[in-house]
Design a protein around this ligand. Structure first.
Ligand SMILES: [Zn+2]
Length: 333
């Protein structure tokens, strides 16, 4: 055992999810792969007193180096304390695609892992997920499984068409695997182009009927939504205004995310929105100041804008703001 998450000051997702299910909010899971993203997530979550799941994908691991990421997570915890914050921070593997990768992350201080066997035949998904759960639980690490396939591209994950989660499978799957949370497919998708819609047309609504049926069969069980960025129109417009081409980018409406957060959904993954903010601000600064060559002068403003967005998401969309200290108190009691 190289390092255990508790020695890094991290927590698993257990109490976060209990409180989220009971309190009608969702814990934000923000992906990061560089310094400025991580700073913004910590600043935004401390300032809004929100629990947070720092998500690291397989792609982020190869981009930033896993040892570097571990020390960044330690730095995040220390920065949070220095700021006078007292929020629970989990570090989670997003879309783990093998038993070996999950084990490696558990050995590297992750407090939660996702094993995504959703593309496999049902029985194989169960067998793989169960194997990861058995190992992870020895170290008190949380495990997220997935049933149903999301459309779209997210680094290593790519699917042409979505397959909705079949509610009749969820009880059997969660019982036989022992997972702590379940990602389901109800019409969200990965990336910034979630739906093909004509200008001015609203994207199709999420399948709340499936979510309700899952909730009926698994009362109180933590449900996870992937591909849940709003693809904030303000930032898409800014990207296009400053030389980008992201016409037709569209996401899930905030109203639907709020509705999901009030239900059994207790973890909402947000990645594309954070990428959009950074790109929009960097484009704006470099267009307005073509002579600028100090990365701090364009990454700094991007970080500040991302901090604002994260606070807004926690306060207005997910409802996680104001629950950080309360969850820490419950964990320490
Ligand atoms: Zn995902």
């Amino acid at each position: 055992m190289a390092v255990h998450y508790k020695d890094l000051g991290l927590v698993n997702t257990k109490v976060m999810f209990q409180k989220a299910v009971a309190g009608g909010f969702a814990v934000p899971a923000y992906n990061f792969n560089n310094l400025e993203q991580l700073q913004a997530v910590i600043l935004g979550c401390v300032e809004s007193d929100s629990p947070v799941i720092l998500q690291i994908s397989k792609g982020a691991r190869s981009y930033a180096n896993q040892t570097m990421l571990r020390y960044m997570a330690v730095g995040a915890v220390e920065m949070m304390k220095e700021m006078g914050g007292n929020i629970p921070i989990a570090v989670h593997l997003d879309h783990g695609d093998s038993y070996e990768l999950c084990v490696d992350c558990i050995h590297n201080g992750f407090s939660s892992v996702m094993i995504d066997g959703s593309h496999l035949p049902y029985e194989e998904n169960i067998a793989l997920t169960r194997r990861v759960v058995e190992y992870a639980h020895e170290f008190d690490v949380s495990v997220e499984g997935e049933l149903g396939v999301l459309a779209g591209i997210e680094e290593e994950v790519s699917a042409e068409r979505s397959t909705y989660t079949r509610p009749q499978e969820v009880v059997d799957f969660t019982k036989r695997t022992g997972v702590d949370s379940l990602a389901i497919s109800i019409g969200t998708s990965h990336g910034a182009f979630k739906f093909k819609v004509k200008p001015g047309q609203a994207p199709p609504p999420l399948r709340f009927d499936i979510l309700e049926e899952v909730e009926r069969r698994l009362p109180g069980f933590p449900i996870v939504l992937h591909g849940a960025s709003s693809v904030v129109p303000e930032y898409v417009e800014m990207i296009n205004r400053y030389g980008g081409h992201m016409e037709g980018a569209v996401g899930v409406s905030e109203e639907q995310l709020r509705r999901a957060a009030h239900s059994a959904v207790c973890k909402i993954n947000i990645d594309s929105d954070c990428r959009l903010v950074i790109t929009a601000v960097v484009r704006k600064v470099l267009t307005e100041k073509p002579g600028e060559f100090d990365p701090r002068k364009y990454l700094g403003p991007a970080r500040d804008e991302l901090t604002k967005l994260i606070k807004y998401k926690n306060e207005v969309v997910l409802g996680s703001a104001g629950h950080g200290r309360e969850i820490m108190a419950a964990i320490n009691s």
